[in-house]
Design a protein around this ligand. Structure first.
Ligand SMILES: NC(=O)c1ccc[n+]([C@@H]2O[C@H](COP(=O)([O-])OP(=O)(O)OC[C@H]3O[C@@H](n4cnc5c(N)ncnc54)[C@H](O)[C@@H]3O)[C@@H](O)[C@H]2O)c1
Length: 659
């Protein structure tokens, strides 16, 4: 049996100008190679491939596949751009008998190809694969509808009525070439329609979309998700259904966390509602670190003691070394040794490390005691504290051991940020920029308009903190565990985390996330999800606030790829990333916000973020007033949005944030 694969297309809608569409990879395999392997396995011994755009690359790409033993004949169609019908006709003299016709940009489940190869076909007839569940076909915009009478196709029309959809797989005879020659149009469907009207087409039915037409960035992701899911299902063959449960119980109440943003509360914490009335006589613990203790902690504890609370200070060494499982166990015993009761309150006063350690301890002591966060870094005020995620690090990566646990109250005072260094403030601002780029175009526009010299202006800080908390609360309310819209919190972190780790922590978390966002937007661009302006907007904002622009040379791409497995969103089936399709909007495909991404694409995006590529931006971004980057950003921002944020307020009209 022979096969014909028209593989001439450029894939304009897929937006991969550098790759002939049939060579685009899904689940690590070029589209055409997957189909050729399946044809070979089904007994096809010779395949005629019609090339057009990128013919040389197609030939080279096929030569590089060692396990293809069927005879391949490449036929070049110089007029490929005129349409599919012409490319099929170009192969007429090579195919004297019946042949399987498979589209070069489709993915079929292997059994469909095997069934088609074995299907009986009438002389001068044609068998067409028809999907009888059109509602399950992804992206039906461009589909060819099939009208059936008594199970037999009678019409193939792009915009006509139909009970099925043409799935792009046929068992054809040379009669198809004659039918195409007699048609005025350039579409394969015209020839198939002519044969159907003459009663010469039979349907091979499939249902449940066991095939994909990879035509757009979204359909590519859809196909990738489907193939990964198929691999997952194949991993453990389905056995009998699991044992039925004998009893069930349900528990749980809505976890509510109040957030107060008020300047001056760290200096005068008595009235901030840190300890609820029912805990007035219970031991209270203030977790802090050495630096924060010196700056604010001693006075903070003394103020609370002065009004009568029984307060103990737990002072941790500064930094990540306190965020270990060993230190967690040590601290738990320290608290227990001082004595707690079930109404005890644990208050974190410090940066993200103190928040995380205190939060995890609170979630475990007595299986959960009251927790209050008083974050003192911009990183913690904009991100770490505004969360139910409490964790310590594992030996192989950050935040590997932890729990989701709700603080009762979070009290935010931007006054304490004045004692942070500029670098530390920029570090925290990276998480603000993350929310802007992935969730809030208005905030992105506002940030692009601000003088970066305002970094430690309290009004500026209160604006960004309030806005980011508002965005984060919105996200937490719908998806606290970050499976859907909550993926916004992961933006820039897939590559950011490994880069931070591999830099030996010479890059801060926020600096690495800034780089991770530059990588993520390039991945989205390579997938065709966003445009160049979105990439430029990322670069402009990262540079504007003085975050590093280039991945350090000693952080190797291969090591970054290897480290991807230590990410929470990694599945053994492959990496998944949060991506945007425009500034302020996470990309989702059919409700999937965790977009499967091949490592090869991540590698390309990483390499595009190394020094040299953006030669005109210095290593730590634009420290000046950023005129050059400003113009890049303004190119995509709507002027009417820029004034939406005002200092010191929740932005937008009172009571309503601009969407
Ligand atoms: N749970 C989450 O959702 C989440 C989110 C983001 C970050 N994090 C975690 O947070 C940690 C990073 O937080 P961080 O950046 O706040 O680091 P950090 O807690 O280590 O604080 C950095 C340094 O700043 C000092 N410091 C704190 N407040 C200060 C102040 N007001 N003035 C001067 N110095 C001050 C601290 O003593 C410390 O030396 C990481 O462990 C990260 O994994 C967690």
């Amino acid at each position: 049996m022979d096969a014909l694969i028209p593989a001439a297309g450029r894939g304009a809608r897929l937006d991969r100008p550098d790759t002939p569409k049939p060579l685009v990879e899904v689940d690590g395999v070029p589209l055409i190679v997957r189909t050729l392997r399946q044809l070979q396995a089904a007994g096809v011994s010779r395949a005629v491939i019609v090339t057009g755009h990128g013919a040389d690359r197609m030939a080279a790409g096929l030569r590089a596949v060692p396990d293809l033993h069927l005879t391949l004949e490449l036929v070049h169609n110089p007029d490929w751009a005129l349409g599919l019908a012409g490319s099929i006709r170009a192969a007429a003299s090579y195919l004297p008998g019946p042949f399987v016709l498979a589209m070069g940009d489709h993915i079929y489940d292997a059994p469909l190809i095997a069934r088609m190869v074995e299907a009986p076909v009438e002389p001068d007839g044609l068998v067409a694969l028809v999907d009888l569940q059109p509602e399950r076909v992804f992206d039906q915009d461009d589909a060819v509808n099939v009208e059936l009478e008594d199970g037999r196709p009678v019409r193939f029309q792009r915009h006509g009525p139909g009970q099925g959809i043409d799935a792009g797989l046929f068992l054809a005879t040379p009669a198809l070439f004659d039918a195409l020659a007699g048609c005025a149009g350039d579409e394969l469907a015209d020839g198939v329609d002519a044969l159907a009207r003459a009663g010469r087409v039979r349907a091979l039915a499939c249902s449940g979309s066991a095939w994909d037409d990879v035509d757009t960035p979204a359909s590519l992701v859809h196909a990738e998700l489907r193939l990964r899911e198929a691999r997952r299902r194949a991993q453990v063959p389905a056995g009998p259904p699991p044992l039925k449960s004998d009893f069930v119980f349900q528990t749980g109440k809505i976890a509510e966390t109040e957030v107060v943003v008020r300047r001056g509360v760290v200096a005068s914490p008595e009235g901030a509602g840190l300890v609820p009335p029912q805990s007035a006589s219970s031991p209270v613990f203030v977790f802090t670190d050495e630096t924060v203790n010196r700056l604010y902690g001693e006075r903070f504890v003394a103020q609370l003691q002065a009004v009568g609370y029984r307060v103990h200070a737990i002072v941790l060494p500064d930094g990540e070394e306190s965020k270990t499982v060993a230190n967690f166990a040590h601290v738990v015993e320290r608290v227990l040794a001082r004595g707690i009761d079930e109404r005890s309150v644990l208050i974190s006063l410090g940066g993200g490390v103190v928040c995380n350690v205190c939060g995890f301890v609170a979630s475990t002591l007595y299986r959960g005691v009251d927790l209050v966060h008083v974050p003192t870094t911009l990183m913690a005020q904009a991100d770490a504290a505004i969360s139910h995620k409490q964790a310590v690090n594992g030996a192989r990566g950050k935040n590997m051991v932890g729990a989701y646990y709700a603080p009762r109250r979070i009290v935010v005072d931007v006054d304490v940020l004045q004692t942070q260094s500029d670098r530390a403030l920029r570090d925290g601002l990276a998480e603000v920029i993350k929310h802007a780029l992935a969730q809030d175009a208005d905030l992105a526009a506002w940030l692009a308009d601000q003088d970066p010299g305002r970094l430690r202006d309290p009004a500026f800080l209160e604006t960004v903190v309030r806005r980011t908390i508002e965005l984060k609360c919105r996200t937490m309310a719908v998806d606290p565990q970050e499976h859907r819209e909550g993926m916004v919190l992961q933006y820039g972190h897939t590559v950011g985390h490994p880069v931070e780790h591999l830099s030996g922590y010479s890059l801060t978390h926020g600096e690495a996330v800034g780089l991770g966002m530059r990588v993520a937007v390039r991945v989205a661009r390579l997938l065709g999800a966003c445009d160049d302006a979105t990439v430029a907007a990322h670069d402009a904002l990262v540079a504007r606030y003085g975050l590093p622009m280039h991945i350090p040379a000693d952080v190797r791409t291969v090591d970054i790829l290897e480290a991807l497995v230590w990410n929470k969103k990694y599945l053994t089936e492959g990496t998944r990333m949060a991506l945007v399709d425009r500034v302020g909007n996470l990309w989702n495909v059919n409700g999937n916000f965790a977009i499967p991404v091949p490592d090869a694409l991540i590698a390309r995006a990483v390499d595009a973020c190394r020094g040299g590529e953006d030669g005109d931006v210095d290593e730590r971004g634009d420290h000046g007033r950023g005129q050059r980057n400003r113009s890049g950003m303004h190119g995509l921002l709507r002027g009417d949005r820029r004034a939406d944020l005002r200092d010191g307020q929740t932005p937008g009209a009172p009571g309503e944030a601009p969407r």
